[in-house]
Design a protein around this ligand. Structure first.
Ligand code: BES
Ligand code: ZN
Length: 637
């Protein structure tokens, strides 16, 4: 079997022969082996020469100016073998740097520094000369109003309506918009933070909360395990806390906290179930933070403190697979991390796989199968839209925004690959392999080639016959889906498909559909099984029978509204506008705007709605919708 890393190795070797002749061969081979795609093309840092080990933040949260300001103090180390004059190179994007200094043992001494040319994706490198092999470097700085990681919310955009809210979103490469650091997932740091907030607001971070001093508006945090920069996170707002279990709990605005505590009641059991299979939870507490609805993602696995959209508060716990997903990242992602964004599938594919195992343990195999079938359906939809080069797990993202790799390919194709390996070797053996993998690489950042090496030596070598059934290259390096794999199936979704077909062919009046016991997921399948377009009169029939326009469940509402736009079902117009102007989760926005943009009349509506909604969306969502529609003329800035 051929792997991408080997291909690269051969190419470099060939180049060495062509340029340098035979003598350089061995050296080039060594270098290629060492590299194995480890270089992070999305960071200016050179962590193989000078590496940041620890970050200390001291930041003031200024809502009036929509700005964080203060300092980041970095403990840096020049690695053995690095040139004696190798500088510290940091990533930054839009930061205003006031002063850089080094501690000489007695005091802080100003240092010269150079800010490089701005790249629209990567931002600006900051180059700082360092004198000693171990140095403490302090950067005093301010964030810019356009910082991609930060969303500053006016009180009117919160559940309580009275206090402002701030949250960060650092993944993939936004940490550099609020902290000058080596913003690469291959660099792990511990951190401490002092956060100064306006009176009465609470700060939380992806870290332990430390005892505070005498000033109640100054918060202290510590993360004593080394984490990649994309997991550094902060939120500030009017926050309440409810325990869910001995080591789990939930933070939310007071107006939302009861609902959140009810929804997430199974969290403690999820932690226990995951530990039983994949080894100890190594982060101490596991808490959730429910954000305002403009949070651009469903969830973000910030260590010790998952950030979550309020759109999963369905009231019936039907969307808690998302909690299982973010929790699973405590193993796949936070413990064992993709070293570059090319290897993102190692984070997300493994996490979807584990998410389904947690769902199976807590809610049964039927429910897990349903999630798998819905997942592959979304994957196939996405594959239709993607060019072949973006259909591979080990995706080439050079020169592009890492966002381009954040598709169902990493998530669902990645999970399918692992499921296929599980089938070939049996669950018991595969679980043992995964347990060993997490233990062997705990607190490390690794690349695809590292995982494949483990897979071959620790699993494939034990059973060559089983190994021969898996075409690793087809899974990892080729577009689309391999010719042969076990298709996930669900009897319950098959029944829903039959019901949909019967209704489409006119056999059953809408009211006659056996939907009484349908879960959220069965409704999603039903809506996804309807013809494109389903005419307005038929949508009206469904709406009359099931009140779909009035559904509060955000997943169901989002699919229904896509159908409504497609079928030009006018009675859903108002709901569509409310949805798009109150929810900022990108996964819902993109399909809806995309659908609107298919007709001139829809395009006009999309522009009107977007002009209203844009100020409320997160910079990450704004960026994505701008790319679809273009910025509204008046609001463009
Ligand atoms: N880590 C991701 C979110 C993410 C990915 C943020 C890439 C920025 C860049 C998180 O774990 C995730 O996958 N969230 C999903 C939900 C999940 C249930 C599939 C989401 O937000 O939709
Ligand atoms: Zn994830």
């Amino acid at each position: 079997m051929r792997s991408g890393a080997k291909t690269g190795c051969v190419a470099i070797l060939a180049a060495a022969v062509a340029f340098g002749g035979g003598d350089d061969r061995v050296q080039a081979d060594e270098a290629a082996r060492k590299d194995e795609g480890r270089r992070d093309v999305h960071s200016y840092a050179r962590p193989d020469e000078v590496r940041v080990r620890h970050v200390e933040l001291d930041l003031t949260v200024d809502f009036a100016r929509k700005e964080l300001r203060g300092s980041a103090t970095l403990q840096v180390e020049r690695l053995p073998g690095a040139p004696a004059d190798a500088p510290l190179v940091l990533d930054s994007k839009g930061l205003k740097i006031d002063r850089v200094s080094a501690h000489d043992g007695r005091e802080w001494v100003a240092l010269p520094h150079q800010v490089g040319k701005a790249d629209p994706i990567l931002g600006e490198p900051i180059t700082i000369p360092i004198a000693a092999d171990r140095s403490r470097i302090r950067v005093q700085y301010q964030t810019s109003p356009g910082a991609g990681a930060l969303q500053w919310l006016d009180p009117s955009r919160t559940a309580g309506g009275k206090r402002p809210f701030l949250f960060t979103q650092s993944e993939a490469i936004q940490a550099r918009t609020w902290i000058p650091l080596q913003d690469s997932p291959g660099v792990r740091v511990t951190y401490r933070a002092t956060i100064r907030v306006p009176p009465g607001l609470t700060a939380v971070m992806s870290a332990d909360i430390r005892p505070r001093g005498s000033d109640p508006d100054v918060y202290e945090f510590a993360m004593d395990r080394p984490i990649p920069s994309y997991l550094i996170a902060l939120a500030v707002g009017d926050l309440a806390f409810r325990p869910l279990g001995p080591r789990t709990g939930v933070w939310a605005e007071p107006a939302t906290i009861e609902k959140a505590a009810h929804e997430f009641a199974d969290t403690e059991a999820m932690v226990a179930a995951t530990e039983k299979r994949f080894g100890p939870y190594r982060w101490g507490r596991y808490d959730l933070l429910v954000l305002p609805p403009s949070f651009p993602f469903g969830g973000m696995e910030n260590p010790k403190l998952t950030f979550a959209t309020p759109t999963i508060l369905a009231g019936d716990r039907s969307l808690v697979a998302l909690v299982a997903h973010e929790l699973a990242h405590s193993w796949s992602g936070n413990l064992v991390t993709n070293a570059t964004w090319r290897d993102f599938w190692l984070n997300e594919g493994f996490t979807v796989y584990i998410e389904r195992r947690i769902v199976e343990d807590l809610y049964g195999a039927d429910r897990a199968k349903i999630e798998a079938v819905l997942g592959i359906q979304e994957l196939r939809d996405e594959l239709h839209r993607l060019p072949p080069r973006d259909q591979v797990l080990h995706i080439d993202l050079a020169g592009r925004d890492p966002d381009d790799g954040m598709t169902q390919v990493a998530y669902e194709k990645g999970a399918l690959f692992l499921t296929e390996v599980e089938h070939a070797f049996g669950r018991e053996k595969f679980d043992a392999f995964l347990l060993g993998y997490f233990n062997a690489h705990a607190f490390q950042s690794i690349v695809t080639a590292d995982f494949l090496a483990d897979l071959r030596t620790k699993l494939f070598a034990t059973e060559p016959d089983a190994a021969a059934t898996i075409d690793v290259d087809a899974w990892v390096e080729a577009p689309g889906l391999p010719a042969r794999f076990t298709e996930p199936t669900s009897d319950r979704l098959d029944q829903v498909d039959r019901a949909a077909r019967a209704w489409v062919s006119g056999q059953a009046p809408a009211a006659g559909l056996a939907t009484k016991s349908w879960s959220t997921q069965e409704w999603l399948r039903f809506l996804r099984a309807l013809p494109d377009p389903t005419p307005a009169d038929r949508l009206a029939e469904l709406d009359a029978a099931f009140g779909l326009t009035g559904r509060e469940n955000a997943e169901v509402a989002a699919l229904w509204l896509v159908l409504a736009v497609r079928g030009q079902y006018r009675p859903a117009d108002a709901r569509l506008e409310t949805f798009l102007t109150t929810i900022g989760r990108r996964k819902f926005l993109i399909p809806l705007y995309r659908e609107l943009l298919k007709t001139p009349e829809g395009t006009a509506r999309a522009k009107v709605i977007y002009a209203k909604a844009r100020p409320f969306y997160h910079p990450i969502a704004v960026d994505s919708v701008d790319r679809l529609i273009g910025p509204p003329a008046a609001a463009a800035h």
